[in-house]
Design a protein around this ligand. Sequence first.
Ligand code: HEM
Length: 128
Amino acid sequence: MDPTIFKFVHYIGILTLFFSLGAMFSGASWKKSFGMGHGIGLLLIIISGFGFLGVAKLGIPVWAIVKTIIWLFFGASLALAKKGKLKGLAAWVVIIGLGSAAAFIGLNWKTGKLPAFMVKNLVEKKAE
Ligand code: HEM
């Protein structure tokens, strides 16, 4: 299958997730759609992320595990927003910061810009 399809779905998931995060952290009264967008976005991101790794035959590199940890945080962010544990400027910095980190990793795993531990297993694979 064309890996571009997985990337496109990855982007749809990211847009859906971040639209719902914007709503959740806006301080507006809670609506069911916030949680639905959050869940659907996360699901699309993880399916397309691992789907891409599958079609590209990349295995499960460390950088993908790091992105999955970031993804888990985005999952937990719903509770943080609901309980008001993360809000205001801190919410902007954390959400945009982690989203940017995930994007940077996705874009740069083959450019040599990531810390060595994230791409170590890929380099070893090449050397074999
Ligand atoms: C949590 C939020 C995430 C964000 C914001 C995000 C963002 C991105 C972005 C912007 C790209 C670059 C797409 C392109 O090249 O056009 C990308 C690529 C990718 N991401 Fe994610 N990602 C996230 C989570 C994940 C997760 C959980 C996985 C799980 C494995 C994953 C796997 C991938 C893969 C395999 C690629 C393609 C890399 C390539 O082009 O060679 N991402 N991601």
